[in-house]
Design a protein around this ligand. Sequence first.
Ligand SMILES: C[S@@+](CC[C@H](N)C(=O)[O-])C[C@H]1O[C@@H](n2cnc3c(N)ncnc32)[C@H](O)[C@@H]1O
Length: 302
Amino acid sequence: MPLPPALASLVEPFLFMGLALSFLPPTILASLRARDWTTLLSPSRLRSAWFGRFWAHVGPTVRQNAEKNVVPLLQGRVTNGVIVPLSPEEHQQQQASSPPPPPHPPVSGTVLEVGPGSGMWVSLYTPQYLPAAGNENKIRKIYGVEPNTSVHPLLRAQVAAAGLDGDGSGTTYEVVPLGIEDLAVSGRVEPGTVDCVVTVMCLCSIPEPRRNIVQLYNFLRPGGRWYVYEHVRCFGWQGWGMRLYQAFLGIFWPQFIGGCEMCRDTGKWLKEAAPWSEVDLCQLDGEPWYFTMPHVIGVLTK
Ligand SMILES: C[S@@+](CC[C@H](N)C(=O)[O-])C[C@H]1O[C@@H](n2cnc3c(N)ncnc32)[C@H](O)[C@@H]1O
């Protein structure tokens, strides 16, 4: 008999951590076989390799669950935490005659994708998902800033599969093997030149989030946009019980899920980071009280 949804949702993080743990022995074995002592003797490298192996397995399911939100977000079709329907058919279902214009422009120009991991979202940067109405809307260059080198082979494979490896599509995806905290000093991307920053489920994992959010803001040009889909600490309306439970889970979660922090107030930190000309970042509509990982979604404009 299936568990009631609320109970299933409360138990799920433990199952997810258990699943993650099952990827630790094969990671150690693979490193032993490869005589990769550097990974074996460095806890941080081992954790990255372990997370990379785990995410390669769960990433496609994570994408399946999240793409109903992430695809419209990158298309500019999210406002006040609600997805604006795309087609007249979809819109008619909501009893209106024609679809409203998207509240934001789609992702375009020079893009900074933070923490792309194994490249679950790379295919979204293609005309299939983001058709460019004119030259202005075209995506020219994407920097995928990913410090975990163990996921790079998969990330590069996704880039090639999407045709973004610089072979004629006009859009190139460059994998940058750095943490965003090192991007400014590396000189690989000039501050003030990026049209769009994309963060999908990664601000939970970066170090010093408040400081690094400001760093990312500095990469945007004036008028540049930041597309956000992040899980955050439980909202006040979910009740103190959920806040407490999330804080309890948060003790174990980062140890199993590659350093991912559960209780970050990322939405608030983003809004407070710097002066924005427009802030359209809200809690994702429709998530129930019993979600241990509620989301914020939206676009901030510099
Ligand atoms: C939970 S995973 C999400 C991956 C991907 N965005 C997705 O949705 O499938 C978080 C990612 O953030 C990356 N990350 C961790 N620290 C980072 C940093 N300092 N700079 C950029 N990315 C980082 C991790 O390596 C990991 O790939």
